[in-house]
Design a protein around this ligand. Structure first.
Ligand code: PAZ
Length: 330
């Protein structure tokens, strides 16, 4: 076997997850509320992976990427009335999904309920009311002004879903997100290097453990609220080391202070042994991202105001993934 000099390929002789993280992760999953529909989700994921892994093209077996999208909520009560949320619209995940499908990948789209969906970006905010009208004889018609947008949404979505290339799985809470991610990752383990994780979801750093959470709505009569949030265990290292150790992993780092963004992205790359970290700043995230890998940092810009930064970004990641697969299989 050739000696590989390209440092994009991370060392696959991974050490094990450190003891503290391991204990925290175990406790997180043991105490999380039971995932509703776990059997149905497992069935869908397994069937999707089986079907897609049996498809082969010129470049070998079809690749599967898990794209995570939108933000996780942190419930404050078990019978949840209030929760902590974040800004993520799901635009990055939905747009990236379209480009991955275009590049010939099959996509498991793990998304926050109610956030942006692939192929729906050109639709108005209230598509049902704005795109359709009722005719005199009570038929539903597409308004001329929106017919192109509706056509492209339906055709893109139909091709991906009916072809069996897109599986959409929703989550709301941090508990659902991490349980479904683990389920997907352990199922994708068998795909080896043909699997990719593209972790664009904004995942809560802190949460209220289920057993210490109020059961009923917290009462305002009790005075100011004093609440202690626990740290969400660092799942990236578990994903990399245990759940799917040969998958190609891309994580995201968002900061509002540009001075610390690249430093934090570099630390994430090394600490979690990511193959790439996409660094972005809140206010410019749709225009530019910085792709951080072991071979350096590259700024990726959108071409113009009407294009997507995800187009050149996915192109670069697909190339890096191809090199990774070649090196692993060499
Ligand atoms: O969902 P969106 O398009 O509004 O924003 C995308 C994003 C900024 C959430 C994503 O690019 C990202 O950086 N996700 C990781 C955030 C973090 O936890 O650091």
């Amino acid at each position: 076997m050739d000696v590989v000099n390209n440092s994009d390929t991370m060392d696959n002789n991974l050490d094990t997850v450190d003891e503290t993280t391991s204990v925290q992760v175990k406790s997180f999953f043991e105490t999380a509320p039971i995932l509703k529909d776990a059997n149905s989700i497992t069935g869908k994921v397994t069937r999707f992976i089986d079907q897609n892994s049996s498809i082969s093209g010129n470049e070998g077996p079809r690749r599967v990427v898990c794209v995570t999208s939108g933000g996780t909520t942190v419930p404050l009560e078990q019978r949840c009335v209030r929760y902590i949320d974040n800004f993520s619209s799901g635009h990055r995940g939905a747009t990236s999904t379209e480009y991955f499908l275009k590049a010939g990948y099959s996509v498991i789209f793990l998304y926050r309920r109610g956030t942006c969906q692939p192929y729906c970006r050109s639709l108005p905010d209230d598509p049902l009311l704005e795109c359709f009208k009722l005719t005199g004889d009570s038929r539903i018609e597409v308004r001329e002004s929106h017919s192109e947008a509706v056509k492209s949404t339906l055709s893109g979505h139909h091709a991906a879903v009916s072809g069996g290339f897109l599986l959409k799985l929703p989550f709301t809470t941090i508990f659902e997100y991490l349980q479904i991610l683990r389920l997907i990752a352990t199922s994708m383990k068998n795909l080896g290097p043909n699997a990719m994780f593209y972790l664009a979801a904004a995942v809560s750093d802190f949460y209220v453990p289920w057993e210490s959470m109020a059961v009923h709505k917290i009462q305002s009569a009790s005075g100011p609220l004093d609440m202690r949030l626990a740290q969400v265990p660092k799942m990236l290292s578990v994903l990399r080391k245990e759940w799917a150790p040969t998958a190609f992993c891309v994580s995201f780092k968002l900061e509002t202070d540009t001075d610390i963004l690249l430093e934090k992205a570099g630390t994430a790359l090394k600490r979690y042994k990511m193959h790439a970290v996409v660094a972005n700043e809140l206010s410019t995230r749709k225009e530019v991202v910085i792709l951080v890998t072991n071979s350096g940092k590259v700024s990726v810009h959108r071409e113009n105001d009407r294009s997507d930064v995800e187009s050149p970004l996915i192109k670069q990641l697909v190339e890096k993934h191809s090199s990774y697969i070649k090196e692993i299989n060499a």
